[in-house]
Design a protein around this ligand. Sequence first.
Ligand code: NAP
Ligand code: G3H
Length: 505
Amino acid sequence: MIIEEINKIPNSFIMKDDLDFKYYVSGTWKKSSSGKTIGIRNPYNNEIVGTVQACTTEEVNQVINVAKENLECWEEKTQRERADILRKAAALMREWANPIGYIMMKEIGKPLKSAISEITRTAELFEATAEAGLQQEGEAIYGDTFKGFGKNKMSMTYRVPLGVILCIGPFNYPFNLTGSKIAPALMAGNTVVVKPPSQGAISPLFFGLILEKAGVPPGVFNIITGKGSEIGDYLVQHPMVNMVSFTGSSETGKHIAKIVEMKPLLLELGGKDAAIILNDANLEITAEAIVSGAFSYSGQRCTAVKRVLPMPEIADKLIELVKKKTMNLSIGDPEKNATIGPLISSKQCDYVQGLIDDALEKGCTLLCGNKREGNIMWPTLLDNVTTEMRIAWEEPFGPVLPFIRVHSAEEAIKISNKSEYGLQGMIFTQNIDLAFNIAQELEVGTVQINGKSERGPDHFPFLGTKSSGLGTQGIKYSIEAMTRPRVIVMNLSEKGKLVKECKYD
Ligand code: NAP
Ligand code: G3H
């Protein structure tokens, strides 16, 4: 079935032998000289989806060198040419969304519809990046704001690419969170090396085929596969890599930040997004947002709702509504679009179970769930969670939602801010003045008022504070992060000054 889906994509045979996928460098698909591959198993039924190459550090070095050598040819292209290529790539993504989405569903257990819409979302992101790139402007400033300088001194600033951008994405959005790095990097004139997540490595390989067909010259865009634990440190520290754009866990992100010296970093990491529910919230809308925010893709989203802090007057009613909606969630096969499907690995299930067990041992109330079959964990609601329990602070990346009942907005803000994470926060209320005031107190990148936490739409700025990240993503912000200003200062002669002062009759 997988092979049939892949064969729907023209020329995809060049990417693989049977289901053994190659890596992509200089416009060619290659097998690693290591002779080793990484098997990718479907987390739903443990069947092999395919294998990818376990590349060596020598191969990593070659790929990065190729990206460096091809910088000039790409930088020389006009903005218009690069934008046209991104648009062509977007059109191919739309054309091949179903088969690529199908493969992704198999390799990471994402519901089929969501997997397909991840591909079309990426197409839209490529189109919007092409548009945003064409809007880039520079600036010119006179020196006369400062004492001792006049209009004879002028700085002219425009942005230039950084060089080779290393793009590393997480398993939960293997296509979109790789594409959201590739598009701004290429639009800005950089060359690219992608290292996909091992679990979820196959779907991003299709960027090779897509970008080549769209017109990206060989060597400008390259993909290397291998385990992060084996080639990750070598990749990020490579002297020819000019920037690392990374999305993944806070643990890996912090490790990268420690070992990489004097290189721009864009890090989008974990979260523990809290929803503060005030007494006047519309509880139906709130419950709907909480359930969809907490449980889509089984809670495996950085922006999932990961804590609910309700006020006492509405806590019982809200929890009842959330429980009713949670009990109605579909559970099972991602191919049949069940909301709750498998977690990415049994190790991850063990971790989530550990959080549930700890909370139960410390006296929380189990409302539903706490059941497991294979890698599927039933959506679990925990009431009367206290700040002594691990689930109040740790990111489960699974379908478990704690309710920490609070007595005041101040207490909710305090618990919210005590987290090591600072991705997003939510406030549900009809009092917009109060919501605005609370929003200003929360130590997070984004506060959602009367809505679930989420990254999109993709032109919004997206960032985390504290352990949740470094730098800002979002189309125009990513382009800015992947470029630097080049400043040229004109020092005009006295004659220039005289011409300016000259009066015409
Ligand atoms: P992860 O384990 O940190 O892996 C992320 C990526 O880093 C993978 O491609 C991984 O490769 C690679 N990697 C591992 N060790 C590395 C090293 N030493 N150097 C360079 N790269 C290395 O994260 P994950 O489990 O895939 O994703 C889940 C986490 O990501 C959650 O914490 C979630 O909150 C976070 N996330 C954040 C955002 C956001 O935008 N804030 C979005 C999505 C996910 P291998 O797969 O080969 O190990
Ligand atoms: O997993 C982290 C992603 O950045 C979340 O994106 O809010 O669109 O699901 P999303």
